[in-house]
Design a protein around this ligand. Structure first.
Ligand code: HSE
Length: 297
């Protein structure tokens, strides 16, 4: 069995809708080996499809087919620490884990750029799949099946505190809430902030992050789908967060704080409890500059 570790991702980072994303220190692992039948198990009790509709299996099969290799079956063991449909890249983790594992089992016929293109095409959102593969902060554009991207390693002086509601928000549903058209003014509003986000995170100009997180393309429409979000945003700013945004399509809300703010997560815990959000989880994470990888024994 090989074991693949894949980080969670936090896409959009406010203004960078469908184009910015970063990898964080929450991981799924997938053990896999070829077999003469399909045998899929969840090692942590999270319910997952155990037939050929399983996303990890479909991604493995895609790579075998692409490389012209027959595949009778697979043994797959999934450990899912990334909660599903919460805007932390759980689908990306399945796809990326499947293609990285399959490529390794086949002797690495595909290079990393090819894996980036395949993952984004399968997933549909390069801002999730690319940081899951590469780690760090990624700026990505998917154009005709090819991802044009830059990965930047981020300093370790920030914490990303994930405030995870006890309800799912499916990306397809969260995308339906978005308007078909936006004004020229709103387009300029976002592109200037997305550019500012990318360079500010990379260069350590964290005083820009609050303004850079502001957005008119998706968050105003999605916030109302997350009961309690406005109050949690207010709390986080009251406790000194640099910035707050909806992670991916939600439902997770992400606070960016200075790494010296070791009390922030606990303050948010108490604040959320006081708001009646005691079922919400809070995880203090960092950016990981290492993407999906096969773990050596
Ligand atoms: N950029 C995508 C969205 C991420 O916000 O819909 C979802 O995976």
């Amino acid at each position: 069995m090989i074991k693949v570790q894949i980080p969670a991702t936090s896409a959009n980072i406010g203004s960078g809708f469908d184009s910015l994303g970063l990898a964080v220190t929450m991981y799924n692992t997938i053990e896999m080996e070829e077999s003469d039948r399909l045998d899929i198990q969840s090692l942590d009790g999270m319910p997952i499809p155990r037939d050929d509709t399983n996303l990890v299996y479909q991604s493995v099969k895609y790579i075998y087919d692409l490389c012209g290799k027959p595949l009778k079956g697979m043994t797959i063991r999934q450990t899912n620490h990334i909660p599903m449909a919460r805007g932390l890249g759980s689908s990306s983790a399945c796809i990326v884990g499947g293609i990285v594992g399959a490529n390794y089992l086949l002797g690495s016929p595909l290079c990393q750029r090819e894996l980036v293109n395949i993952a984004a095409t399968m997933e549909g959102h390069p801002d999730n799949s690319t940081p899951a593969l590469l780690g760090g902060l990624v700026t990505a554009v998917l154009e005709k099946g090819k991802v044009y991207y830059v990965k930047q390693a981020i300093a370790q002086d920030l914490r990303f505190v994930a405030i995870i509601p006890n309800f799912e928000l499916k990306t397809s549903f969260a995308r339906q809430a978005l308007p078909r058209d936006v004004s020229h003014k709103d387009a300029v509003f976002n592109l200037s902030r997305a550019a500012l986000m990318s360079v500010s995170l990379y260069s350590g100009n964290y005083h820009n992050l609050k303004i850079a997180c502001d957005d008119r393309l998706h968050q105003p429409y999605r916030l109302s789908l997350i009961d309690g979000a406005h109050e949690v945003f207010d709390l986080a700013y009251q406790y000194g967060a640099y910035a707050m945004y909806i992670s991916g399509a939600g439902s997770t809300l992400m606070a960016i704080v200075n790494s010296e703010r070791t009390d922030f997560a606990q303050q948010m815990r108490e604040g959320c409890d006081a708001l009646g959000l005691n079922q919400w989880q809070i995880h203090e994470l960092s950016v990981t500059n290492v993407g999906a990888r096969v773990l050596e024994d």
